[in-house]
Design a protein around this ligand. Structure first.
Ligand code: SAH
Length: 244
């Protein structure tokens, strides 16, 4: 189950932070590390700070974008010290986030995403997330070092896993009740935006309306079945539009 929980580090600047994050993960039973465009990797400093967790560093996958890192995940939580303008569902309490993520991870892959040391996650990257979480901290100085933020949230995940209500076998969820992957949600959003543009509902690309609807669907958390219902509705509306 913990093997279904991926830690994603976006464009990490200091290789030492990659190693220290790997160590933080391993102490809490996490193994799946994905790096999005790290500045310098592989690197001696990363291996040095990983100490006994060098295997995680060696097995880390490097990808070119956050979307690629999380496309198969059903829940993607972005860790951020500050609230952004995108109204995604937000966990104010890391333990609530951890319980939700551990629960989903018993069925499908999920991810916890950490931003750059200097400026965190961009709005486009937050769009790849389904939720956000903040570690409550000193209002005057609440930004943790990257690997320390990984440690705090990994500890919450491990605690939620130890205390999960039924520690035994879980029967698989029926497909229609499962959460869609980020890729399936992305296809839906692209379809919705195509229909909105072709119907003349919006007439400029990247309108704020799209962000607002995206946030609405993120909050609604449609199941796979509900999403395919919506795709069917869009396809039916689309078939009545004049050819572009
Ligand atoms: N200067 C950046 C913070 C970078 S700290 C900014 O203002 O956004 C590097 C990463 O550690 C962040 O992107 C976030 O993923 C994580 N982090 C640090 N402090 C955190 C906190 N209080 N809550 C949640 N995540 C935090």
């Amino acid at each position: 189950m913990l093997s279904n929980i991926r830690i994603v580090l976006v464009q990490t600047y200091h290789p030492g932070n990659i190693g220290a994050s790997a160590r933080a993960m391993k102490t809490m039973g996490l193994t799946d590390l994905v790096l999005v465009n790290p500045r310098q990797f592989p690197d001696l400093e990363a291996s040095r700070l990983a100490a006994g967790a060098e295997d995680l560093v060696d097995n880390a996958r490097v990808v070119g974008s956050l979307a690629e890192a999380v496309s198969d995940c059903v829940q993607v939580v972005g860790a951020s010290a500050r609230l952004r303008s995108l109204p995604l569902p937000h966990f104010d309490e890391p333990d609530a986030m951890a319980r939700g993520l551990v629960d989903e991870a018993s069925h499908d892959p999920v991810a916890l995403v950490f931003g750059r040391e200097r400026f965190g996650l961009t709005n486009d990257e937050i769009r790849c997330c389904s939720h956000q979480v903040s570690i409550p901290a000193n209002p005057d100085y609440g930004i943790l070092n990257l690997s320390q933020a990984v440690q705090v949230l990994a500890h919450e995940l491990f605690t939620a896993w130890r205390r999960r209500p039924d520690s035994g076998y879980r029967s698989p969820r029926p497909a229609q009740e499962r959460q869609p992957t980020r890729e399936q949600l992305g296809h839906f959003q692209a379809h919705l935006s195509r229909v909105m543009q072709r119907s003349g509902f919006i007439n400029q690309p990247h309108a704020r309306t799209e962000d607002q609807l995206e946030a609405l669907f993120a909050r609604a958390q449609p199941s796979r079945r509900e999403l395919s219902l919506l795709r069917g509705l869009l396809a039916s509306l689309e078939s009545h539009l004049p050819e572009a």
